[in-house]
Design a protein around this ligand. Structure first.
Ligand code: FAD
Length: 379
């Protein structure tokens, strides 16, 4: 059993934990990431890597605020990763075509984006097919978002890990379920099977698993796993000239000719298996949008567990009643997009005691009995 003082401990090595660790280390802090199994192999690996734009950091909506702040932080993070590793994380501005049922809906959607200061162009059937000739004739209206980006999340995670290691972050993998020991209103130790760490602060970046950890502090996070299935196909480079979104499903082309079709939203506990119905639904969706996909080879299928919350937004901040315990979890469908902003916020909160943007609507205790202050939008 090893006993070490370990600075700030992040419990969970997904995109949120690794990005936060890197930023903390950049500020000279000793940091340890404790990962229950393997670094970067859960939701952050499974996601599509879509990064919607945002430019309204003072918006009333917490979602818009955090998305916009994160958008700004992506370019800083990319520069840092490039400097530390020289590797390509697949970040590309690729644009996204958001399909609408009718012209009026496309106009409303475009106006919503424009009100945030985001570029948005309404496409009618003709201009839609000019840009995306392979789309089915049934697609008659859309909004084109030219600033929409994507990242190759499996590459991004590997690069984050390398950057963390080269910057001096300690990484403990296969740690199993760590327990937190408390005394006098603070975490005094983090205990795993083979070591005890004595942290100055602890941050829970444990994705869909964070709820159980928070319960011992009286916080009802209501974070639960929501399975998302994916199908990867091969179509050829440049075949689809941007992301296509239709409701909560999408096609995401990679620059090397792969194409993702995603995704399902299933409340089935911690089960990561693909199902016949899930994969069939995605293939039917893909072929309805782009009939030619019927002959595309399938490369792979997988499923991941999004950390879902009732309002789809993360719990972000310090846990009341425990002076050195923080949370950054529950990002549901947006954890890759929101990871650089979340990491900056956690870093500033832990080191300076203040957040660079308002955290109204993202409070850790908002779902706990008697404390809930947000809008009711249960799914
Ligand atoms: C199919 C799918 C598509 C998606 N598409 C997108 C997208 O296009 N854009 C986007 O922005 N987001 C997307 N997401 C959502 C995004 O992937 C998640 O919101 C994000 O990855 C959450 O990151 P995380 O670091 O909080 O969680 P995770 O990546 O799940 O990492 C949490 C880590 O904590 C570890 N852990 C758990 N408990 C403990 C413990 N007690 N001790 C130590 N370690 C622990 C886990 O093993 C895991 O490695 C998608 C998700 C899925 C599943």
């Amino acid at each position: 059993m090893s006993h070490t003082g370990s600075g700030i401990v992040l419990l969970g090595g997904g995109v949120v934990g690794l990005t936060t660790a890197l930023l903390l280390r950049q500020r000279g802090v000793e940091v340890t990431v404790v990962e229950r199994s393997l670094i970067g192999r859960e939701a952050s690996w499974a996601g599509a890597g879509m990064l919607p734009p945002g430019r309204a950091m003072t918006a009333e909506s917490a979602e818009v605020r955090l998305r916009s702040f994160s958008c700004l932080c992506w370019s800083e993070l990319n520069d840092l990763l490039q400097r530390l590793t020289g590797a390509d994380n697949g970040y590309r501005i690729c644009g996204s075509c958001v399909l609408a049922d009718a012209a009026e809906e496309a106009e409303r959607e475009a106006a919503r984006w424009a009100s945030e200061g985001v570029l948005a162009e309404v496409l009618d059937g003709g201009s839609l097919r000019q840009r995306f000739p392979m789309l089915s004739a049934a697609c008659s209206a859309a909004v084109w978002l030219p600033e929409f980006a994507q990242v190759r999340n499996p590459w991004h995670l590997q690069i984050l890990r390398s950057a963390c290691e080269s910057a001096g972050v300690s990484i403990v993998e296969n740690a199993g379920d760590a327990s937190l020991e408390c005394g006098s209103g603070r975490i005094t130790a983090v205990r795993t099977a083979d070591r005890v760490l004595y942290p100055t602060a602890v941050c829970l970046t444990s994705g869909a698993w964070t709820g159980g950890l928070l319960e011992q502090f009286g916080v009802q996070s209501r974070i639960k796993p929501i399975r998302g299935q994916m199908v990867l196909m091969r179509v050829g480079a440049g075949w689809l000239p941007g992301v296509v979104e239709c409701g909560r499903r999408y096609l995401v082309p990679r620059h090397d000719g792969l194409l993702l079709a995603g995704s399902t939203e299933e409340d089935v506990g911690f089960c990561r298996e693909n199902t016949v119905a899930g994969v069939r639904g995605l293939l039917e969706f893909a072929c309805e949008l782009v009939p030619e996909l019927a002959v595309a080879p399938i490369v792979k299928t997988w499923a991941g567990l999004r950390p879902g919350t009732p309002d789809g937004l993360p719990l972000l901040g310090r846990v009341a009643g425990c002076e050195n315990l923080y949370v950054g979890a529950g990002h549901f469908r947006s954890g890759l997009q929101m990871s650089p902003g979340t990491a900056r916020i956690l870093c500033d909160l832990m080191l300076d005691g203040r957040s660079p943007i308002s955290l109204e609507g993202l409070q850790v205790e908002r779902f706990s009995a008697g404390v809930w202050k947000g809008a009711s939008c249960e799914r």
